[in-house]
Design a protein around this ligand. Structure first.
Ligand code: 5GP
Ligand code: MN
Length: 325
């Protein structure tokens, strides 16, 4: 019996959100199910090459259609997030459907318990890695194919920063399996990473040259962007992705912060090296969460106040920040 299935992932979907969702989609449609992928907000165009990405529904654009599909669904998959507030209004709708079967596949710390089926592994590189496992767990290894692999490889390569973190022997075996199914890793990395518009590289240069502050005492680097910068560089969703990682290339930086003044909120992204846990900082001070070495949060307090807040809490972590890693 074909089922009505909705696959959703978090606001501002990244490579893992889109890759895991479309990978699962390409698996499920092989059984004749009616499958829809729906995100709260739009995805970066750099992922538009993924097959059927044009069919993704966006709640910000068509809320009624997305809500209708959620209400009619037999199964809702929630991928790459651990709490329903990460999908905003879609989360409220999902919460109002106690009888709908919900399946969570995720790798973030502290998952909420709203789902009937939970595949949560915080040691996994990405949700995409777990979707490949999930298909095998279902006894459907025969349904794994190049198309699924291309989507899931994208999630893995973006969430691991091209295999720099979150890796394991099992991950490399999984990726080898994907290559054996026909995934061309060279072509995909070129598609994903070598497609920047010129303005984005100029924005990166500007951030590093004009907007970077290094606090040696706390082994911390901070990059901030103002609303005026957003206008000046015509910054769109996704354009600032990855900028925070450049701070991590400094020998003297253990924690990196990217703080951006967006239209209604100030968004903060934290990264760290070694055992230093930025998830705690995001959870305690910036209403957010994520992973030990990569977390995010937000504030309504304005840019200056948010930067001040971060600087205010740094002394508490001074000893840990100064431990070798
Ligand atoms: P990024 O800094 O790239 O936006 O996010 C890094 C990680 O933190 C991702 O795994 C993302 O899901 C998580 N994250 C980012 N922003 C938030 C937030 O506002 N709340 C929570 N709970 N997690 C976030
Ligand atoms: Mn992820």
């Amino acid at each position: 019996m074909p089922k009505d299935i909705v696959i959703t992932s978090h606001r501002n979907p990244d490579g893992d959100a889109i890759g895991s969702s479309l990978g699962l989609y390409h698996y499920l449609i092989q059984f004749g199910h009616n499958v829809r992928v729906a995100f709260p907000s739009e995805y970066p165009l750099v992922f538009a090459w993924m097959q059927d990405s044009d069919k993704i529904l966006i709640h910000d654009i068509e809320p009624e259609t997305v809500n209708r599909h959620l209400e009619q669904a037999d199964i809702i998959f929630t991928l790459d997030f651990n709490a329903l507030d990460r999908v905003d209004k879609m989360g409220e709708v999902i919460n109002s459907l106690p009888r709908t079967y919900k399946a969570m596949i995720d790798h973030h710390l502290n998952p909420e318990g709203y789902a009937d089926f939970i595949l949560s592994d915080t040691t996994a590189s990405s949700t995409s890695e777990l979707v490949w496992d999930f298909i095998k767990m279902m006894g459907d290894a025969a349904y794994l194919d190049k198309r699924i692999g291309e989507c899931l490889y994208t999630g893995i390569v973006t969430d691991t920063g091209s295999f720099k973190f979150g890796t394991s022997p099992k991950l490399f075996r999984t990726v080898a399996d994907m290559l054996e199914h026909g995934v061309n890793d060279y072509v995909l990395q070129d598609l994903i990473f070598n497609r920047l518009p010129e303005k984005q590289l100029r924005l990166l240069g500007y951030c590093l040259n004009r907007r970077m502050e290094i606090l040696d005492e706390f082994k911390t680097g901070i990059i901030t962007l103002t609303k005026a910068d957003y206008d000046l560089f015509d910054i769109q969703r996704g354009d600032t992705e990855g900028i925070v990682n450049y701070l991590m290339t400094l020998k003297n930086v253990k924690m990196a912060a990217f703080i951006a003044e967006q239209p209604t909120i100030v968004k903060i992204s934290l990264r760290s090296k070694g055992d230093f846990n930025v998830q705690e900082i995001c959870k305690e001070h910036f209403k957010g969460g994520g992973h030990k070495n990569a977390s995010g949060g937000f504030s309504f307090a304005g840019l200056k106040a948010t930067v001040a807040r971060l600087k205010e809490v740094l002394p508490r972590y001074k000893d840990k920040l100064n431990e070798p890693w």
